[in-house]
Design a protein around this ligand. Structure first.
Ligand SMILES: OC[C@@H]1[C@@H](O)[C@H](O)[C@@H](O)c2[nH]c(CCc3ccccc3)c[n+]21
Length: 444
């Protein structure tokens, strides 16, 4: 039977994030995060839904690890909730919070599943937000101390470390568009946050190099998407180039080239004046780049748009998020990043889709998700063939979970989570993905 074989040792995993799956928001000394505050603020999330209980992963993680093992996963990407380790963001360590992640890592190792630990997936301790949050440079220092604490506690058992998940989203959706916590609509603030998040990343990598675990590797995860002009018109091409600078290159360039990309004056002037040593720190070499890919962006010149850029509404095969299913974009993106930024290694740290999954007689038949993953894996395979050092793929997400402002209304999981009981039910895509992982090959 025709199949696409992946390199030996390729990582097959799924991804989750602390606030989206754990629940137990007041348990064992956990402090409040900005997402607790935001989700409990009326009008911010779908039907006022919150992560208070989520998937109750905090208590059900043994069962969830068992599901991963039965799927034949050899890796699992999760994030640590900073407020479990430091309820006030800094100060004395909350041992019970650390113990949860020690138990989780133990359970994963017991099933030969490699942990991939994200230090920050948006759940900043609320106590730090009250001191300015990411607008305050001190937050980056506390982040490095938090990172150092985890390196010491888990370093010899966690091979892959990610400093930040999608700093663009944390900065722009959280501080310019107000759709994410902490919910500000202040563009100059958002650009200061861009720089402070990058400094935090640099301090955490420096701490890792200085006395982190020897054999482990550290990187950062960026949300990246190819930007294409709506037409061949010059103005549309310029709009696409600007959108690419503001979304993809805003982080790729500082991290891999030590300098921000050229930006329009208004945007540029909102960025703090970065000193050479700050750009040196930000571009401290990483061992890998994590790529979160979901779809492409199509843009056009639009005088009414932000900086004259208009997003062309996606058409054709759309997911429940309204995102175009565009597998070719994964290939194009991986090739571009490889050729222009030369990361030592690349992981697809997120790729997945929400569809209108329905459970019938205990079964969830999700052919569109199987097609989505098969098509994206075939492009990932082609990218490897073209020389991209792609080492692994993490499907977003292991299970249906709290999809930020959309609450539980969007289901990305391979496991269907039954409302109320929170029972996990394998979707057909879970069985399909299990075959891929066990064969280390995609059936065509
Ligand atoms: O939306 C699905 C997932 C989230 O559940 C993850 O927490 C987050 O890392 C993540 N990033 C993206 C792509 C960038 C994006 C984020 C938020 C909203 C729109 C696009 C999609 N996703």
């Amino acid at each position: 039977m025709a199949e696409l074989r992946f390199p030996d040792g390729f990582l097959w995993g799924t991804a989750t994030a602390s606030y989206q799956v754990e629940g137990a928001v007041r348990e064992d000394g956990r402090g409040e995060s900005i997402w607790d505050r935001f989700s409990h603020t009326p009008g911010k999330t779908f039907e006022g839904q919150t992560g208070d209980v989520a998937c109750d992963h905090y208590h059900r993680y043994p069962e969830d690890v068992e599901h991963m093992a039965r799927m034949g996963m050899n890796a699992y990407r999760f994030s640590v909730a900073w407020p479990r380790i430091f309820p006030e963001g800094k100060g004395p360590v909350n041992q019970k919070g650390l113990d949860f992640y020690r138990r989780l890592v133990d359970a994963l190792q017991g099933r030969h599943i490699q942990p991939c630990l994200t230090l920050y997936h948006w759940d900043l301790p609320q106590a730090l937000q009250e001191k300015g949050g990411w607008d305050n440079r001190d937050t980056g220092r506390y982040f490095a101390e938090y990172a150092h604490t985890l390196y010491q506690a888990l370093g010899d058992r966690v091979p892959l470390w990610i400093t930040l998940n999608e700093p663009w989203v944390a900065a722009i959706l959280g501080h310019a568009f107000g759709q994410h916590a902490p919910g500000f609509g202040d563009f100059p603030l958002a650009m200061r946050v861009v720089h402070h998040l990058l400094l935090a990343h640099g301090w955490a990598v420096e701490a890792f190099r200085h006395d982190g675990p020897r054999r482990a590797q550290i990187g950062i995860t960026l949300n990246l998407s190819p930007v294409e002009p709506a037409t061949g018109k010059e103005a549309d091409g310029q709009a696409a180039d600007l959108a690419d600078r503001f979304t993809n290159r805003l982080f790729l360039d500082p991290i891999f080239r030590g300098a921000y990309p050229e930006l329009p004056d208004l945007m540029r002037s909102a960025l703090p004046q970065a000193t050479p040593e700050e750009m040196e720190r930000i571009s401290t070499p990483v061992d890998f780049l994590g790529v979160n890919y979901y779809t492409r962006q199509v843009v056009e010149a639009d005088p009414q748009g932000l900086y004259g850029v208009g997003m062309v509404p996606a058409r054709g095969d759309l997911t429940e998020m309204g995102w175009e299913v565009y597998p070719q974009g994964l290939y194009d993106l991986l090739i571009r990043v490889h050729r222009e930024y030369h990361p030592q290694a690349v992981y697809v740290t997120e790729n997945g889709a929400a569809f209108a999954d329905e459970i019938q007689d205990g079964e969830v038949d999700d052919p569109r998700r199987i097609a989505y993953v098969r098509e994206h894996l075939s492009r990932a395979h082609a990218a490897i063939g073209a020389g991209v050092p792609l080492k692994g793929y993490f499907y977003w997400s292991l299970m249906d979970n709290f999809e930020w402002a959309f609450g539980y209304s969007k289901r990305f999981g391979l496991l269907y989570v039954v409302p109320g009981s929170l029972e996990r039910v394998w979707k057909r895509s879970a069985r399909w993905y299990a075959q891929v992982a066990q064969a280390n090959a995609v059936p065509l």
